[in-house]
Design a protein around this ligand. Sequence first.
Ligand SMILES: Nc1ncnc2c1ncn2[C@@H]1O[C@H](COP(=O)(O)OP(=O)(O)O)[C@@H](O)[C@H]1O
Ligand SMILES: O=c1ccn([C@@H]2O[C@H](COP(=O)(O)OP(=O)(O)O)[C@@H](O)[C@H]2O)c(=O)[nH]1
Length: 238
Amino acid sequence: MTTPAYKRVLLKLSGEALMGDDPYGINRATIERMVADVSEVAKLGVELAIVIGGGNIFRGVAPGAQGMDRATADYMGMLATVMNSLALADAMRQVGITARVMSAIAIEQVVEPYVRPKALQYLEEGKIVIFAAGTGNPFFTTDTAAALRGSEIGAEIVLKATKVDGVYSADPNKDPDATRYATITFDEAISKHLQVMDATAFALCRDQKLPIKVFSIVKPGALKRVVLGEDEGTLVHV
Ligand SMILES: Nc1ncnc2c1ncn2[C@@H]1O[C@H](COP(=O)(O)OP(=O)(O)O)[C@@H](O)[C@H]1O
Ligand SMILES: O=c1ccn([C@@H]2O[C@H](COP(=O)(O)OP(=O)(O)O)[C@@H](O)[C@H]2O)c(=O)[nH]1
């Protein structure tokens, strides 16, 4: 089966996963592998928009940010996502994929600003759009940015590629007895305080009836399996 289950998706890539086994920063082999996964899916004809996090860079500067004003630290985090977006777009360029980076905060000499109709146009042209700088607001996360942009562009689903292979009854990195859900409702995920995504992102997707698939960013072929509608990860639904 090679028919994709979706026409347009919003892919959220973990920033933290970009560092691979390094203590922080962008691991070359890791970003190349992510691009290879994305490329496979793009070849299926799926329109792809991407939101990438910033945890890999921000973790590196975090010791110096201790005691910092929260909003200022968050702006630094947003700038980290801009760096990751540029690195991702360039890694795509190197393998012949056309990507456009659009930023939620104005830094016009570096990347073009986010303009919704322009983003829609790029997607229709088959280009990959990378949304940088999260929502552009402090006190939010890139997961919420994924929910927001996913809603704006009319994506059929938000695909959260992260370090775990789905939503568990508790944080699997802390609780060895945690069990994975095949599917879970937004209300359940919110009421059980499952931390795999923040409540703002869950609530926005719930209100917009935009399902989320949580799956592993490290498992080979997982993204393609998800896009083909195969049994992979956890579906969060209304
Ligand atoms: N109930 C849960 N199910 C799955 N993962 C969970 C859960 N609770 C907490 N987590 C943690 O959430 C992490 C993923 O969320 P997050 O830190 O936002 O990652 P990302 O870098 O993808 O944005 C996982 O690595 C896992 O340790
Ligand atoms: O709309 C947003 C998106 C991100 N951030 C900041 O950017 C950081 C990096 O994003 P995130 O932690 O979501 O990335 P990931 O977990 O994927 O590495 C966050 O911690 C926030 O400090 C923010 O302030 N507003």
